[in-house]
Design a binder for this molecule. Structure first.
Ligand code: HEC
Length: 98
């Protein structure tokens, strides 16, 4: 009886566990999957339509933020699709691609 009660109290803690145990999914990863993978591929290397290999890009966060917001050539502008915060997140994620 007591044990069951204790288990009930622990339940929220236990269900929160896996989130902490697995490496956090960067919010930018989901944005990348939705908006960028079709040209850049899941690892940034796909290069559809002449999309540059993101793993080889030496653009820093500032340059990428500008490019993603305003577009360039065949790269669409995302300034109207994504909020500035989302652009920041997806740029941060793109910088982790290796
Ligand atoms: C319709 C295809 C397409 C989509 C979708 C797309 N890109 Fe691109 N991307 C390109 C192309 C093409 C270029 C090369 C642009 C140029 O230099 O003319 C590029 C270039 C880039 C570069 C610059 C790389 C370098 O060093 O030159 C970055 C960073 C980038 N894209 C990030 C993203 C991110 C982040 C997303 C999603 C929010 C995205 N792209 C979505 C086609 C795409």
């Amino acid at each position: 009886m007591n044990l069951r009660f204790a288990a009930l109290l622990l339940l929220p803690l236990l269900s929160a566990r896996p989130v902490l145990a697995t490496p956090p999914v960067l919010p930018g990863q989901l944005i990348f999957q939705k908006n960028c993978v079709r040209c850049h591929g899941p690892n940034g290397k796909k290069g559809l339509n002449g999309a540059h290999d993101l793993t080889k890009s030496n653009l820093n966060a500032f340059g990428r933020t500008y490019l993603v917001t305003n577009g360039m050539g065949k790269m669409p502008a995302f300034g109207k699709v994504l909020t500035p915060a989302q652009v920041q997140q997806v740029v941060a994620y793109s910088l982790t691609l290796r």
